[in-house]
Write a protein that binds this ligand. Sequence first.
Ligand SMILES: Nc1ncnc2c1ncn2[C@@H]1O[C@H](COP(=O)(O)OP(=O)(O)OP(=O)(O)O)[C@@H](O)[C@H]1O
Ligand SMILES: [Mg+2]
Length: 279
Amino acid sequence: MTDIHLETKNLSFTYHDGTQALKNVNIQIKKGEKIAIMGPNGAGKSTLFSHFNGLTEPTSGHVEVDGDELIYERDELLKVRQKVGIVFQDPNDQLFAPTVKEDVAFGPMNLGLEYDEVKARITEALEMVGMTGFEDKTPHHLSGGQQKRVAIAGIIAMRPEIMILDEPTAGLDPEGVDKVLAILNKLNEEGISIVISSHDIEMVNQFAEKIFVLYNGEIIAEGDKHQIFSDKELLKKAHLKAPITTEILYKLKENGLNVDTEKISVDETVNEILNAKNI
Ligand SMILES: Nc1ncnc2c1ncn2[C@@H]1O[C@H](COP(=O)(O)OP(=O)(O)OP(=O)(O)O)[C@@H](O)[C@H]1O
Ligand SMILES: [Mg+2]
């Protein structure tokens, strides 16, 4: 038994028009981890995610789930898609049924579950994302944030072991962001490994334990939040910005205060400021 849940080995991918979107990507995601893949527009995040459940086949290299290499045949892919659930960047790519409940039902029905079980899963998933009462609405008549939550419910209803979410909080209001993060944390507490992509550093700071930085199709760094956020050169290269707490600590240090710039949570930062002494 391996504790590596999802892995890519020397994964490269080139689109038909010759765009080399991924170059030799090696990442490992362990069971129960909360991971963020960060990188600027066009870095290759969505392309990478589409490899995680076999939607896209690598040009070279491969993907492993629970130590098994993905096989690009229908039955094999169905098995993989039960384990690895993907919430797309754009809910319009995901939501297609005439009503919310039919949309959420689609995945569980494809698993061949009994009617009662499907119904129970719809109720549970919509409750979890705070969309109870919207069962009969048309997904396209929902707001962007509501659509995102229904898309997440559709994947929750499949009960995957790994959830991959491409920009899960883009376009959400602050309360919506907190709600989605609370859902992801709850799923993670139940043992589900979670991988998100985002350029929202404050959100990633709140959520992820480990970060991979993707730039121009290559993983240029991996590490915990402290390592990544305190590396100014790296952030600049990847068109990312440090969290505001880190910026404040850097400014204080430049102004002669002896603070640790690797502290990143609000509480840690306040503590550093309260205890700061002149160098
Ligand atoms: N269908 C396609 N055909 C050709 N090139 C593509 C296609 N889809 C994406 N690309 C290119 O592949 C590269 C990676 O795109 P991708 O969508 O994976 O980036 P991303 O990191 O998800 O960006 P964003 O933050 O904007 O969502 C880009 O250079 C993009 O132009
Ligand atoms: Mg993308």
